[in-house]
Design a protein around this ligand. Structure first.
Ligand SMILES: *Cc1c(COP(=O)(O)O)cnc(C)c1O
Length: 421
């Protein structure tokens, strides 16, 4: 397995001290299972590397927004990075501190700004001049000042999938590098904004440190110009995006990544500033699996299909990004010979696949674990095909607890109604 919280005992996958097969017996499939220990260790790697430095990790809520998951991080003193007022509500419900939460996102509404200002978020990461005007107006109407940082697009190649690369010029995110100085001047001139920092987020599933160092260099170049214009940049937010091992990628480990970035900023003479990180995938990604049952094995002339009870509505990443997730049997079978399968779901779309060309020794009714599903798994799930969303379970040592109940069909159309005549 990718992470020692997920391991095999006598040929049966275990999550910490609990057999995955017994979890399915209790809670059914499809089932998301998270390891508290794996979540804790990933966050601690950030916290330890940030300790005694002016650095903070803000957990990106969108990667895994389950309250129990957020609560594990909140108990450890984490900050949070949100992209909607819904996520802010989750942070609060999970025991996180609003005062240690930054508000990112390219399209914040006035209502969301208003709520976040009233509740006291630490910083708004603003992505355009119109958004600066909107925030200034909201702050003015509330008689408050809004702390802002501009998300600058450093135009570096994060060398990742085009859908999850965000720091290029052609991207919808951030303020173009060439326009950033003027945007800061505009922010400075607004009556109700306090410029406090600068930020970027160059992409996701980044497996090298060099794009971060390139981005930092460009940000620091700007910081000097912005300060020459009379503003003070208190913090540099380098965003999230650190990759994980899905297959055979070799991303830097979290501690080395954080230290390298911090040392780089120090070496450039900016060590007195606060540095923020916004990790998502690297915290939860390898702390969760999706368990599913093989409904049918369907041999074909060109391909064999293993049709499972999880689908693209449960785990969208393969359909959306052609993402690779390792798929392993929960119980190893010695007597069955492996065959090559496409692992697909029951949804009526050809794009509904979870893994292609996988050699698996399986029979109908067997359980499979789709690995590395703890980030952008459940949070991207939908009810397409009127499929109730999976249950989520958190394992903590020998204990397993449902942290989100499996949806029931009646819930799915509870808010709908037919015309009266
Ligand atoms: C999604 C996102 C993150 C987290 O990215 P990961 O690749 O999951 O680490 C951080 N910051 C912002 C602004 C984001 O949109």
């Amino acid at each position: 397995m990718n992470d020692s919280a997920f391991h095999s005992v006598d040929g049966v996958m275990h999550v910490e001290d609990v057999s995955a097969a017994s979890l399915v017996e209790q809670f059914g499939t499809p089932l998301y299972v998270y390891s508290r220990d794996a979540l804790t260790r990933a966050y601690r790697a950030y916290a330890d590397a940030c300790a005694n430095r002016r650095a903070t990790a803000h957990v990106a809520v969108k990667a895994n927004s389950n309250l129990a998951v957020l609560n594990v991080f909140a108990r450890m003193g984490a900050g949070f990075d949100i992209v909607s007022s819904g996520e802010l509500a989750r942070v609060i419900a999970a025991g996180g501190k609003v005062s240690n939460t930054v508000f990112s996102g390219v399209g914040k509404s006035a209502t969301e700004m208003c709520e976040a200002l009233e509740l006291g978020v630490k910083c708004f990461n603003v992505e355009s001049i119109p958004e600066l005007h909107a925030l200034d107006a909201v702050a003015g109407s509330l008689g408050k000042r809004a702390p802002v940082s501009l998300r600058v697009n450093p135009d570096v190649d994060a060398k990742t999938h085009p859908y999850i690369s965000t720091g290029l010029k052609s991207n919808k995110f951030g303020v173009a590098f060439a326009d950033a100085r003027a945007a800061y001047r505009a922010a400075h001139a607004m009556a109700n904004l306090d410029v406090v920092g600068i930020d970027c987020h160059i992409g996701s599933q980044i497996t090298e440190i060099s794009p971060y160092l390139d981005a930092v260099d460009k940000l620091l170049e700007l910081v000097e110009q912005i300060e020459a214009d009379g503003m003070k940049i208190h913090h540099i937010d380098v965003g999230g995006g650190l990759g994980i091992t899905y297959d055979n990628e070799t991303p830097p480990d979290i501690g080395r990544f954080v230290k390298t970035v911090l040392d780089h900023i120090d070496a450039r003479g900016h060590g007195a500033r606060d540095v923020y990180f916004e990790p998502g995938r690297s915290l939860g990604g390898n702390a969760g699996v999706l368990l599913t049952r093989v409904e049918y094995l369907k041999p074909g002339e060109e391909k064999n299909f293993a049709i499972v009870d999880a689908a693209m509505n449960d785990l969208a990443r393969p359909a959306m990004y052609e993402a690779f997730h390792r798929i392993v049997p929960v119980v190893e079978r010695a007597v069955v010979t492996a065959q090559r399968y496409d692992v697909v779901g029951p949804v009526c779309e050809s794009g509904d696949w979870l893994g292609r060309d996988r050699d698996l020794a399986i029979e109908q009714g067997d359980l499979l674990a789709i690995c590395s599903a703890g980030a952008y798994g459940f949070t991207m799930s939908s009810n397409y095909n009127t499929r109730p969303r999976a249950a989520e379970v958190m394992v903590d040592g020998e204990r397993a607890r449902v942290v989100r109940a499996r949806e029931e069909v009646a819930q799915l159309f509870a808010g709908e109604s037919v015309l009266p005549d």
